[in-house]
Design a protein around this ligand. Structure first.
Ligand SMILES: [Zn+2]
Length: 251
């Protein structure tokens, strides 16, 4: 039924490329990658893929306690680095000049993403969905998430592969690069399940590393098991825990 909507949702996922070496994960805020995909990232690291993170903001509008606001960016950067370490990701970079809550899919952001893509030369990009989930406005449909998903998609096609786009980047030695697939997290109707039962503990550790965001969630373990168990059940992995994505080939 959903596919009769024509453009309102994703098409069915493509099969993932089986010879991926490098993955770049691009998200708006510290913790986005961990809520949506840390179990999958841990699996990729175990499989020998080279995974790096790029965060567009430091999540300066987040938090739930009396932490001084000016301390938040540094605190959340450190939390994201600790969370990355919990799943074995060593390379974590942050863009400069973007504020939590005001991200748009601007040409400036596209250009920064093109530079990052040409530097990392990933086969696969994992990012947030540019499509809104009308059934869950809170969380997945944060405007920064949608904006980053859109800007990443535009950076993958056409910008990063077009040698005539952003000529100053090319002149600086960042050659055109074609990303082969995008995995979208937290979008509508994800249909590609990754079994994260065996990496669940590392996902939980990554989420707990975001102390300023998760310390108040006393039932985090239970909440996650419920959500990931439900996804697994829906996508044909009963009794397991799963994260789910939409995969689009972008070659
Ligand atoms: Zn977020």
């Amino acid at each position: 039924m959903r596919h009769m909507l024509g453009g309102m949702s994703f098409p069915p996922s493509a099969a993932p490329c089986d010879d991926v070496q490098r993955v770049l994960c691009v998200f708006a805020h510290p913790d986005d990658v961990d809520f949506g995909a840390a179990g999958t990232v841990a699996r990729w690291v175990d499989e020998g893929l080279e995974v790096s993170y790029l965060l567009v903001t430091r999540g300066d509008a987040g938090g739930f306690d009396e932490t001084p606001r000016e301390a938040m960016p540094g605190l959340r950067e450190a939390e994201q680095r600790a969370a990355a370490a919990a799943v074995g990701v060593k390379q974590v970079d942050f863009l400069e000049g973007y504020a939590d809550g005001s991200v748009t899919p601007s040409l400036a952001l596209r250009k920064d993403l093109v530079a990052a893509i040409r530097r990392a030369r990933p086969d696969r990009i994992l990012t947030s969905s540019p499509l809104r989930r009308w059934d869950r406005i809170a969380g997945p449909s944060h405007p920064d998430h949608l904006a980053v998903g859109e800007a990443v998609t535009c950076a993958v096609y056409p910008d990063a592969r077009n040698p005539f786009a952003h000529p100053d980047l090319g002149a600086a030695g960042l050659a055109a690069w074609t990303v082969r697939e995008i995995w979208y997290s937290a979008g509508p109707d994800p249909d590609h399940a990754v079994d994260v039962t065996d990496t669940f503990d590392r996902k939980l550790a990554a989420l707990r590393a975001h102390v300023s965001q998760t310390a108040h969630l006393h039932e985090l373990d239970v909440m996650l098991r419920e959500r990931l168990g439900g996804l697994a059940e829906t996508l044909g992995l009963p009794g397991r825990l799963a994260e789910a994505f939409t995969i689009i080939r972008t070659e």
